[in-house]
Design a protein around this ligand. Sequence first.
Ligand code: NI
Length: 467
Amino acid sequence: MKRTRPVAAALVGVALLVVVGCAPDGSKADDEEKGPSPLPSHAFHPLTGADIPQLETETTSDQDAHIHVAIPQIGTEDRVNAALAGFGEQQIDGYREALDGGDAAHAFLSVTWSAIGSSATMLGLLLTGETSPGASTALSQRTVWYDAEQKQVLSLRDLVTADGLDTVEEQVVSELEDHVIGADIEGAREIVREGDPAFGFDEEGRLLVGFDAYEVAPGSEGATLIAIDAEPDALLTSAGAEARKATLSPETLEFATPPAPTPRDVDCEVKKCVALTFDDGPSAATTPRLLDILAEEDVRATFFVVGSQVQARPDLVAREVVDGHEVGSHSWSHPDLTVLSDDALRSEVSDTHQAIVDATGVEPRLFRPPYGAHNDAVDAVLREAGYAEAIWSVDTLDWQHHDPVKTAAAASQAKPGAIVLMHDIHAATIDAVPDAIRSLRDQGYEFVTVSEMVAPVEAGQVYFGTY
Ligand code: NI
């Protein structure tokens, strides 16, 4: 995998026009007298002049198999990246299947992309796959609309109202009936209602809904784009109006941080509480997988992050907060704070604080000194900065043995009120987390953040757990 081509070049360089209704094999010539007129030709309005920060192209190529797949990726925006990468993988799988190990001499797969919308909170991307496994060429189009505020990939149903969806369905059906012999009308209805058609806007702001070659029309029709004639107000949701604006009057996308979920009121005097804590991150290689696991298991944890890593990966720390976890400080560069000068100690604390606030909008209240090493000088500076210290009561030693079985076993030895120490920078630790969660849950534990466990947090306190 190599990264190529900066975004600005990509935006102006790949203005893609999908020509529909063409008959590459010329087989329609005989029907011209009595046949229907071809589908009108439409194109998504390509975006020019808006900068999309953090957008990079990842290119997969295989010279022997004639594969060239260029997919946009956005920083650490995992959800949209997965959707985008998924299209590329699907195209490659389909192409290899069609080749069936045969000679690629007269075949190719090419995937390109262009931006079709960008506002302060929303991004629209068009991916186009062109496959030619033999004499014919098939076009696939996927649009990905991403709400960067909610961190959600949007579907057609998010952009149009319920009434609007009826309008879309009616007009798609009538266009296909009027212009395409042998159209799969029921298939088209189903794709509009439940499937994943391409969608976006043309230069006049009309909604376009698209289908792949062979999806609803015979292959000779190529990829099909249908324009929906309706007043935008009657057709679109507020997200749809934002997407339309993102196409017609593009602005620079900003990756805003949505508000953090409110802390829960858990009574750990009554319930069996355990606080899982993860230090030394965030790590682009391991933290996203941990966040996926915690989200799936509905478990909140506490992350003690290193300031220099926060600066490198602010999106990951933002996601930790958005997902409901607590973020505490673990210093800027992970030194033994007890040997630092007063100035160096203070900047370790204040620089990290600022990086966390910049990334998340949330003021951290907890500090975990590296190695658990603190003395009177460290305690005084942290108290003055408004921090409580969070040490631990269960050390899994995950960093030492890198053994998921041992890590999970150590974590599941927790007593009610335990603070469990792990590190989200080791793949073996992430491997241990599902088993640790299962074991603790079987014992009746509630998973809380450190602040929820010790509530209310008091500056100057040093917490090891609550037993
Ligand atoms: Ni550490």
